[in-house]
Structure formats: C-alpha cells, structure tokens
Design a protein around this ligand. Structure first.
Ligand SMILES: Nc1ncnc2c1ncn2[C@@H]1O[C@H](COP(=O)(O)OP(=O)(O)OP(=O)(O)O)[C@@H](O)[C@H]1O
Ligand SMILES: [Mg+2]
Length: 437
C-alpha cells in the first residue's frame, strides 16, 4: 500500500486519563524488555498500555495496565484482541506476528506502528533488501536469492566466498551460516531453509563484508511542534557481537564526519520509504570510509538499550512520544555510555541473580533486570548500562557490572519436560565466527 493512503496517527495536544477516561491506548504486540521500556515511557506520558505476548509474565506485562496471552501469529486471535481493546496504536515489538492481518486491520482504519507494510517488509529479507537497494538506492553488500540448493550454489559462485546463507524470515541469527568452502553450502542451505522462523525453500545469500565497525542509526519519524512530520537521526551506536547475538553496544560511535553523513543519508532514504511514526533501528556496516546498509527494525532496537544511559530521551521515550502523536524537537544530546548484556546460563524457571552489590558498587552503572519467568542459555535476562568520561571507561564499567551479575545467574526451579517457555529456541543458537574479533 503506498504510504500516502494510510491515515497517520493524529498530532496530539490534549488527552484524558487512563482507566477512568479515554487516554490514548497503546497495544504492544510483544512484551519483552524493549516493550517494557516503551510501556514505562508511554505510561509516564499518561497513556494506557495493554501488553500482549505468547507467554505469561513477559517483561512488559509487569508494568502494563492490562495484558493478554495469545499466539500473535494467529490472525483471528489478533483481530479479536484489537477489536476488544480498540487501541489508538498497535505497536509491534517483535517480528513474529500475523503481519498480513495487520495490513487488513490498517486498511480498516486501525493505526499500526510505524505502518503495517513496514512490519511486513522488514520481516522478509528479500522485500527489505530490494526496497533499500533497488527502490531507495542505498549501497548494500552483494546479494542474491535461491529456491533450491542448486540455485544457491549458482549464487554462491556469483558472489564468491566467504558468503552468508540466511533464512528469509528470521532474527537473532536463526538459520544463518557463513560458508567458507563450497562443500559447506549444502548444510548451510538446509539450515536456512529449515531453521529460520518459518520453513521456506527460498533463501538469501550475501557477500561476507569484513567490516571495521557495525553500527545502528536510530532514526525517529515524529511530529515537530508545528505538526509537520520530520526525520531525526540520532548519534550512531556501535556494537560488537562475539557470537551471533547482540552483546555490547556504545554511543557515540567513533566515526568520521564523512561516514556520519553517509549513515544519516542511508537512514533517511530507507525510513522515508517505510513511512509512519516512531523509531527505526537502521543497521549498517562501516568499511574504511564506506557505509553499507544491512537491515532495519521498524521499532526500537536491541543495541539501542544503551540510550537508557547515553541520551536524555532514550529510544523508548522517543518511540512512545512519537507514536502518541506528541511533538519532539531535537537535537538529542549524547553522553558517552555503554550497555552490556547479562545472559542466562542454565535452563529453568525463576532466574536468580547475584553479584548485585559489586555491579551497583561501580560508579555510573544502572542495572536493568528483565523479570523473565524462565532462563535458558544465552537468553537475555538483563543489561548493565554505564556512563563514563570516555567510551572506553563506559564499556569497562558496563562489562564489569554485567559479568559480576552473570557469574552468579542461576535458576530457582527446574522445569518439567515440555514446560519450557514458547520463547526458547527450538535448537541451540548458532555460534559462528566468534574469532572475528
Ligand atoms: N554480509 C555480512 N557480512 C558480515 N557479517 C554479517 C553479514 N550479514 C550479517 N552479518 C553479521 O551477522 C549479524 C546478524 O545478521 P542480521 O542482522 O542480518 O541477522 P538477524 O537474524 O536479523 O539478527 P538480529 O535479529 O540480531 O539483527 C550482523 O549483526 C553481523 O554481525
Ligand atoms: Mg540484524
């Protein structure tokens, strides 16, 4: 649907009170740690927040006014939820949602953040890559698509080695493999086609980029005080992934003015095509003085957890403000800060944490423990965010605090077989290329 035919969330100057009146109502589809921060910020602005997820006790449910447990990939359950709660904005927080139903709901006049089509396009690597490279015309790595192993082999020869094989619909590296030798292609094809978020014979292949830095450009589409929609790009965030999962990020990233200019150009060009209101996380690679677009989240980004320390308005505060139709005028000032993930080690219920006094004894540190009811290895259970007088100091503080807690994480209860959270990965999360750093 062309962006212009969708009604925008109206510019807002007044509001009523939650529960007793008709305050603006946000329905979070996905209630993880990012959703929890969005909920807190929206409630601070006087909104009514409804949290939905596929398991009870999800982080945003701890703070929302109401919550619902449902399979968000079930189109009729999703529709029923929307028709019951009648939200002013439907706010996807994860990718695994019945996005086709979001498109129907939007056509009936419901507001989907940032747009139903953006939610649908960004969960499909082919759509978003073609939109960025072929419609918006931004630079990307070389890429191709294939519907079977033979086709994948042809694309591998065209792109050269090493290359990556990725599932069309996935996140957190599910179904992704780096292929370094032709003999590895068959297994990589099967991994991508069978172990993405959905089984799909079509896969994406991508040239491997030996990047110098990986950055996220948080990009906000928002009303200005005069009621005009503007785009503001925030200071780039750098991040490191020792494995395939987000582990550490910091802001600002050390980049040259020329790279900064290219990053904002790429972010603006891609988000212009997606439209709507709210935060986008535009993921890019930097190699020398060149920028390549990688992918984009039409919502707050994991690596943006650092903005809980680095910005006056975090990515969550900016998202909440923008999607409530409230104005913002930047610039957003940044102080050096870093975020370091606290990951689960074992499987079980009632995750337990220790090392809190060491972590919080470190100056400049804040801890965010997500309150997830279950742990499994590598599950993100919390994050330490630290400020410092330099990025190096902030990173050291955040790492010290995260590791102090992580050394002591455990579980208070073992789970009966088959009782694991629906969030648990169906197979171990791939660990590839951990030696790159
Ligand atoms: N072409 C590439 N060259 C080198 N490294 C890559 C390439 N594509 C992806 N990576 C690495 O793999 C990580 C995950 O890739 P990508 O963002 O495409 O997958 P994802 O499943 O969407 O992960 P997430 O949900 O964590 O963003 C990237 O952040 C980057 O570190
Ligand atoms: Mg990514």
């Amino acid at each position: 649907m062309p962006a212009s035919t969708v009604n925008e969330i109206p510019f807002r100057d007044q509001m009523e009170t939650p529960l007793v009146g008709r305050a603006p109502r946000l329905l979070l589809l996905g209630s993880g740690e990012l959703g929890r921060e969005i909920a807190i910020e929206a409630i601070r602005l006087g909104a009514e927040v409804i949290a939905a997820d596929r398991y009870a006790g999800a982080p945003a449910m701890h703070v929302a006014h109401r919550h619902h447990v449902l399979a968000m990939t079930d189109a009729s359950a999703l529709r029923q939820l929307v028709e019951t709660e009648r939200p002013d904005a439907i706010v996807p927080e994860i990718e695994q949602i019945a996005t086709d139903e979001l498109v129907h709901l939007e056509a009936e006049g419901w507001h989907v953040i940032p747009r139903a089509e953006a939610a649908r396009a960004t969960m499909d690597r082919e759509r978003i890559r073609r939109l960025a490279a072929e419609t918006a015309g931004v630079p990307t790595s070389k890429y191709g698509f294939a519907d079977d192993e033979e086709g994948a082999r042809r694309e591998m020869k065209r792109l050269g080695l090493p290359c990556l094989v990725k599932a069309i619909t996935s996140s957190s590296g599910h179904g992704m493999t780096v292929v370094r030798a032709p003999a590895e292609l068959g297994a990589a094809y099967r991994e991508a086609s069978e172990h993405g978020r959905i089984v799909n014979p079509r896969v994406m292949l991508e040239e491997f980029v030996p990047f110098d830095a990986e950055v996220t450009v948080l990009t906000l589409r928002h009303y200005d005080p005069a009621g005009q929609i503007r785009t503001t790009t925030l200071d780039p965030i750098a991040h490191l992934r020792p494995g395939v999962l987000y582990h550490e990020s910091w802001q600002p990233a050390a980049i040259s003015p020329s790279v900064a200019g290219q990053l904002s150009h790429v972010a603006q060009a891609v988000t212009d095509r997606l439209g709507g209101l709210g935060i986008f996380g535009v993921e890019c690679f930097v190699r020398g003085d060149r920028v390549l677009f990688s992918e984009v989240s039409p919502r707050p980004h994991d690596t943006g957890l650092v903005t809980l320390g680095s910005q006056w308005n975090s990515e969550f505060a900016l998202h909440a403000r923008s999607i409530l139709g409230l104005p913002y005028s930047g610039p957003e000032l940044t102080v050096p800060a870093a975020a370091h993930v606290i990951a689960g080690v074992s499987t079980g219920g009632n995750p337990t944490y220790g090392g809190l006094s060491s972590a919080l004894g470190m100056p400049g540190v804040r801890l965010f423990l997500f309150g997830k009811p279950e742990s499994y290895p590598d599950r993100r259970l919390g994050v330490a965010v630290a400020r410092g007088s330099t990025i190096t100091e902030a990173r050291q503080r955040a790492e010290f605090a995260a590791h102090a807690v992580e050394r002591e994480v455990g579980v208070g209860r073992t789970l009966a077989p088959g009782r694991e959270s629906p969030d648990a990965p169906r197979r171990p999360i791939a660990r590839w290329d951990a030696r790159r750093y």
